[in-house]
Design a protein around this ligand. Structure first.
Ligand SMILES: O=P(O)(O)OC[C@H]1O[C@](O)(COP(=O)(O)O)[C@@H](O)[C@@H]1O
Ligand SMILES: [Mg+2]
Ligand SMILES: [Mg+2]
Length: 322
């Protein structure tokens, strides 16, 4: 049985990166406790506020955000943070060497129905000089670490530092993450896909054709049946992909013309792409590798197609045909 800190040492990470990851894990342990407390912990329901993206904030969005902000600010290695729930980037410790982007609570609409939610982190190197939005404008290929915590029947953490993807499970007795899978591997082929089908009429032509062919199953051009899953929390859907393969997508749509994409690059798409690629999967917008996008805004959104490599490649062929 290997504890998180032992596994970090075994990976030969710098003591700085080890310390930072332990702080991220502590955030996960505390949020996990709050999530489990549910109504009794007073964390359910809506807050009276909206975030910068005009989305109504849930109490737990704010509680998790404040908790992570405090923990990270108390770690001298953290120079700045960017969060889904913060309008601007926030400076932390002048001598810190890392910038941390995070989605404090992913799957907010699941909180009140006692369904899957999680936390997502992306760690970038901090450049010299001031902490401003520009400092964060680095492609996902520059990430030092990506991880998510999923608060499900068990609390789990998937983590990569670029040496494969590892899975840990939280021991509720000791509050420690224990390594449960040293090398997560996403199978190249799959018979499972995840998409919010209610947006079908708003998708672009390539996604329309790809999904139409899938759902024809055995009788269609794919010649086999596919199954569909949708958790409405990216952490849950990506966890399934890491666990048994699949294709997950939140494509471009015209439902709200001012918001053609749903998922955020810096604290959803990039860290999840890093985790999936390090497990042998693939992550693309349909036209380019997500991790190679040069960001220009901290809250920018992108189309996401990720998961089992061969199935993602099939989906990309529909996109290259226009
Ligand atoms: O409500 P929809 O359209 O199914 O969207 C679900 C998607 O929205 C998200 O919940 C967005 O994340 P937040 O809950 O952090 O805003 C994703 O996790 C999920 O994949
Ligand atoms: Mg999210
Ligand atoms: Mg969120």
């Amino acid at each position: 049985m290997q504890r998180l800190h032992e596994s970090l040492i075994q990976q030969g990470l710098t003591s700085e990166l080890q310390q930072l990851i332990l702080t991220l894990a502590e955030c996960g342990v505390e949020i996990s406790r709050l999530v489990r407390g549910g109504a009794l912990a007073g964390v359910l329901g809506v807050a009276e506020t909206e975030n910068v993206q005009g989305e109504t904030q849930k109490k737990l969005d704010i509680i998790a955000n404040d908790l992570i902000k405090q923990k990270l600010a108390a770690n001298p290695l953290v120079k700045g943070i960017a969060s889904e729930e913060e309008t601007e980037v926030v400076a932390a410790n002048g001598n810190g060497q890392y910038l941390v982007c995070f989605d404090p609570l992913d799957g907010s609409s699941n909180i009140d129905i006692n369904s899957l939610v999680g936390t997502i982190f992306s760690v970038l190197p901090a450049p010299e000089g001031e902490v401003n939005e520009q400092a964060f404008m680095q492609p996902g290929t520059r990430q030092n670490c990506a991880c998510y915590m999923l608060y499900g029947p068990a609390t789990v953490m998937a983590m990569t530092t670029g040496q494969g993807t590892r899975m840990y499970s939280l021991d509720p007795d000791s509050d420690e993450f224990i390594l449960v899978e040293e090398r997560v591997e996403v199978p190249a082929e799959t018979g499972e896909f995840a998409i919010n089908m209610s947006n079908q009429r708003f998708w672009q032509a390539p996604m329309q054709r790809y999904i139409a062919d899938l759902v024809q199953g055995k009788e269609g051009p794919r010649g086999r049946n596919f199954n569909m899953r949708w958790i409405a929390a990216m952490v849950g859907d990506v966890h399934r992909v890491l666990s048994r393969g699949g294709l997950f997508t939140y494509p471009q749509d015209t439902k709200n013309p001012t918001k053609p994409f749903k998922l955020r690059l810096m604290y959803e798409a990039n860290p999840m792409s890093f985790l999936v690629e390090q497990a042998g999967g693939k992550a693309s917008t349909g036209y380019e590798r997500i991790m190679e996008i040069q960001p220009d805004q901290i809250h920018q959104r992108v189309a996401v197609i990720l998961g089992s490599k061969d199935e993602v490649d099939t989906c990309l062929r529909y996109h290259s045909e226009g």
